[in-house]
Design a protein around this ligand. Structure first.
Ligand SMILES: [Zn+2]
Length: 377
């Protein structure tokens, strides 16, 4: 007997190469079977997903989920599990000194499965007016390393924000090196946030290690696009060496111009994340599925968009075999989406708009076998 059966939907699970109408059975919080046909008399609860898309629980690799402390933080569940995201990674809202309360009062209480990158600044991001690295004494390798080791079940690495509003020009490389040193001490990844005209991205990526992540890579300037409407050659090489190029849309960091240039030059994002925050949740970002819809609109296949929000981030985050997949035995995390047709206006971080004819919307989310069904009929 299965606890739950999701019937009739189009299953897209790049981890198994599936893109077909299939049925998904869940038992005891785990995926039990994915097959062409499963008898519904074998299930206690049947969910009709006819006409809908069924994917592994979506993973948003860039969120801010520490409201009240991080100036960009949002209530974790409102923008994640209620919007189709079962697993999310907070990117540097907390540093070593502010992480204990983040863990106790948010991460351990959220319905969304939350992981985190520690900010190399031990205070984390508490003000949009005063960057967390304007005084480099906050960039404490020892404290960050210790907090990372102590919380290794949740802390996946270190975040270093390298734009000029956060850190002085002369301190950038030092901040990055400290972030790498701290992450290395507990075997974590490093994610850099980029975004200014002064520091070309290719000068920063030379310091990264395979598996490290550049977020905001598709921004207007300081991203992957060159002035000649191509992808910067050094960044192609960096990708070849294993550097990950993430979207991290956010209020200021995704331009349709760059997305078009990158896709036209065969440079899809490795991972699609929202960076949804207090300053972008009411637009232009809204949520992860809207960000996914933008890449769909600019020509990515739905299968690839799903890969960039399931299998790919699970691998980058080092989550093992249980997440980002519907393989039998994996966590019972499923997202049910509709691909709605109509006329939708999408806005990028520069204020440019485009009219799209399709948009993904979340219908229901299942995490560890539990159903959250805000829009299920
Ligand atoms: Zn962010």
């Amino acid at each position: 007997m299965y606890d739950m059966l999701i019937k009739g939907g189009t299953v897209i699970d790049p981890s198994q190469g599936i893109d077909a109408v299939q049925e998904v059975a869940i038992t005891a919080g785990k995926v039990a079977a994915v097959e062409a046909s499963i008898n519904e008399s074998l299930a206690k609860e049947v969910i009709d997903a006819k006409g809908l898309i069924v994917t592994p629980g979506l993973i948003d690799m860039h969120v801010h989920a520490y409201p009240g402390v991080c100036c960009y933080g949002l209530e974790p569940d409102v923008t994640n599990i209620a919007r189709g995201v079962t697993t999310a990674m907070d990117c540097g809202s907390a540093g070593a000194r502010t992480f204990p309360a983040f863990r106790q009062y948010f991460i351990e209480r959220a319905e969304t499965r939350l992981y985190a990158l520690l900010n190399i600044s031990t205070m984390g991001i508490i003000s949009s007016k005063i960057g967390e690295l304007v005084d480099m004494r906050w960039a404490d390798v020892g404290e960050t390393a210790a907090a990372g080791r102590l919380n290794r079940d949740i802390v996946l690495g270190v975040k270093v924000r390298l734009s000029s509003d956060v850190v002085a020009m002369d301190d950038k490389l030092d901040a990055l090196k400290r972030g790498i040193e701290a992450a290395e001490s507990f075997g974590g990844i490093v994610m850099i946030h980029v975004g200014d005209k002064e520091t070309p991205l290719e000068t920063l990526t030379t310091h990264l290690r395979p598996g490290d992540v550049v977020t905001h890579a598709f921004r207007q300037w300081g991203g992957v696009a060159s002035a000649h409407r191509d992808v910067v050659a050094e960044l192609r090489e960096a990708r070849g060496l294993g550097i990950i190029f993430d979207v991290g849309h956010g209020a200021g960091s995704c331009s349709f111009d760059t997305v078009e240039t990158a896709l036209a030059n065969d440079f899809q994002p490795d991972t699609i994340s929202s960076d949804v925050s207090t300053i972008s949740v009411e637009g232009p970002v809204f949520d992860l599925v809207t960000t996914m819809s933008k890449f769909l609109h600019y020509g990515m296949e739905l299968y690839d968009v799903v890969r960039c929000t399931t299998q790919a981030p699970a691998k980058v985050m080092g989550l093992g075999e249980g997440l980002g997949t519907l393989r039998p035995g994996a966590n019972g995390d499923v997202t049910i989406l509709s691909l709605d047709e109509g006329v939708f206006t999408f806005t990028d971080a520069e204020g440019n708009t485009t009219r799209a004819l399709k948009k993904l919307n979340p219908v229901a989310t299942i995490k560890d076998g539990r159903l959250y069904r805000p829009w299920l009929r």
